[in-house]
Ligand binder design. Structure first.
Ligand code: BT5
Length: 315
C-alpha cells in the first residue's frame, strides 16, 4: 500500500477525524485526503462521513490493505484474486531486488509443490509467499521452512484447529488413525554458499476450502472443515505473518517450538531421500532442519526427503 494511504488509514483507525485535520496532520491537501479515502473505499473499507469527520466502520475481508491494516510485522502485501503461483511471482520480484514482500492470492491456477508436484489452490485459500533476504549462509536456510511450519501451526491453533507438524514441511490434523494435510510449504532460494541472496517461503493453507475440491489421495482437510465455519482469513494471515517474522529473527528458538508441535518425533518413519531410504524411529531434529533417526544399524541424519509415519497413530 502507498505510504500516505497507510497514514490515512492509521489516523482513521484512531477515531473520527475531519478531512481538514487529516490534511494538516499529514501535510497534504484536502483533495489528496479525499482521494485516499475514496481509494480505500474502492478496496472495501467502509468509511462514513459524519459531523465529527470520517469514521472507519469496517475493514474488507481479505486483500493487500486488509492484511496490512494492523499488521505487526514489516511486510508489504501484494494481492491477486487469481495468479498462476505466488512463489513464481515472488521469484520474479526477487529478481527486481525487492524484499519483505508477501505475495498473497485467493486462488492459484498453477500452484506448485515440491519436486514439481501440483498444489491445488482453489478460491478461499490462503496462498502466500514471503520474499526476504536474511543474512545467513545458504546451509541455514532450511530453518525458515521449519519457522513457517511453526508459525502456521500456531495460527491454526489460535483459530481452534489442533494442527501438528510432520517433518519436514507438512502441517496436518489428526483424525483417529490418519493425518490429513492442512498446509504445504515450499521454500526456494538463491545465493552463494556463504550468503543467501533471497529466500521465498511459499505457504499454502487450505483455509475456507471444501476438502472435496482437493485431490483425494492427499487426504486433505481445511480450516473451515475442521472448525465447521469459515475462518477470518485476514486475521489468520496476519497472525501467521507476525509469528513468522518473530521466528525468522530468532532462528535459535525455532527448533524448540518445532519439537513442541512435531508429530514425527517418537514415531517409526520411512524417509525417502533422493539417494536412499531410511527407516527407524525419529528421535530429534537438528539445526537447521535435519531429522535424526535411530535405525537398526545406528543413527542416521537426513536433511531432505519425503517422510511417512509408519506406526498406527495410537496415543
Ligand atoms: C507441498 O509440496 O506440500 C508444498 C506446497 C506449497 C504450496 C504453496 S501455495 C503458495 C506457494 N505458491 C506455490 O506455487 N506453492 C506454494 P509436497 O510436499 O510436494 O506436496 C504436494 C502433494 O500434496 C501433491 O502431490 C498432492 O498429493 C497434495 N496436494 C495438492 N494440493 C493439496 C492441497 N491443497 N491440500 C492438501 N494436499 C494437497
Amino acid at each position: 500500500m502507498n505510504e500516505t494511504r497507510h497514514w490515512v488509514l492509521d489516523a482513521l483507525a484512531d477515531g473520527p477525524v475531519s478531512g481538514p485535520a487529516l490534511a494538516d496532520e499529514l501535510d497534504i491537501s484536502r483533495s489528496a485526503v479525499w482521494k485516499h479515502v475514496e481509494a480505500l473505499r474502492d478496496e472495501g473499507f467502509e468509511i462514513r462521513s459524519d459531523d465529527a469527520g470520517y469514521v472507519l466502520d469496517s475493514v474488507p475481508e481479505f486483500g493487500a490493505s486488509a492484511v496490512e491494516y494492523g499488521l505487526d510485522a514489516p511486510f508489504s502485501v501484494e494481492y491477486h484474486d487469481s495468479i498462476p503461483s505466488t512463489n513464481a511471482r515472488a521469484r520474479d520480484l526477487a529478481g527486481e531486488g525487492t524484499s519483505n514482500v508477501v505475495v498473497l492470492a485467493d486462488e492459484q491456477t498453477g500452484g506448485r509443490g515440491r519436486l514439481d508436484r501440483d498444489w491445488h489452490s482453489p478460491s478461499g485459500g490462503v496462498w502466500l509467499s514471503v520474499l526476504f533476504r536474511p543474512d545467513v549462509p545458504m546451509a541455514h536456510a532450511p530453518v525458515f521452512t521449519l519457522a513457517a511450519a511453526v508459525a502456521v501451526t500456531r495460527a491454526a491453533r489460535e483459530a481452534g484447529v489442533e494442527a501438528g507438524i510432520k517433518w519436514p514441511n507438512d502441517v496436518l490434523v489428526r483424525h483417529g488413525d490418519t493425518e490429513r494435510k492442512l498446509v504445504g510449504i515450499l521454500t526456494e532460494m538463491e545465493g552463494e554458499a556463504d550468503r543467501v541472496s533471497w529466500v521465498v517461503v511459499g505457504i499454502g493453507v487450505n483455509a475456507n476450502v471444501d476438502p472435496a475440491d482437493l485431490p483425494d489421495e492427499a487426504n486433505p482437510t481445511s480450516l473451515s472443515a475442521e472448525r465447521g465455519e469459515p475462518v477470518d482469513r485476514r486475521l489468520f494471515t496476519q497472525r501467521l505473518l507476525e509469528e513468522f517474522h518473530a521466528l525468522r529473527q530468532d532462528p535459535e528458538s525455532v527448533l524448540d517450538a518445532w519439537r513442541e508441535y512435531a508429530t514425527t518425533l517418537g514415531k517409526q518413519v520411512r524417509v525417502e531421500t533422493p539417494s536412499r531410504t531410511v527407516e527407524g524411529e525419529a528421535v530429534d531434529i537438528q539445526f537447521p532442519g535435519a531429522l535424526v533417526i535411530e535405525t537398526e544399524s545406528g543413527t542416521e541424519i537426513v536433511s531432505a526427503g519425503d517422510c511417512e509415519h509408519l506406526r498406527p497413530l495410537a496415543e
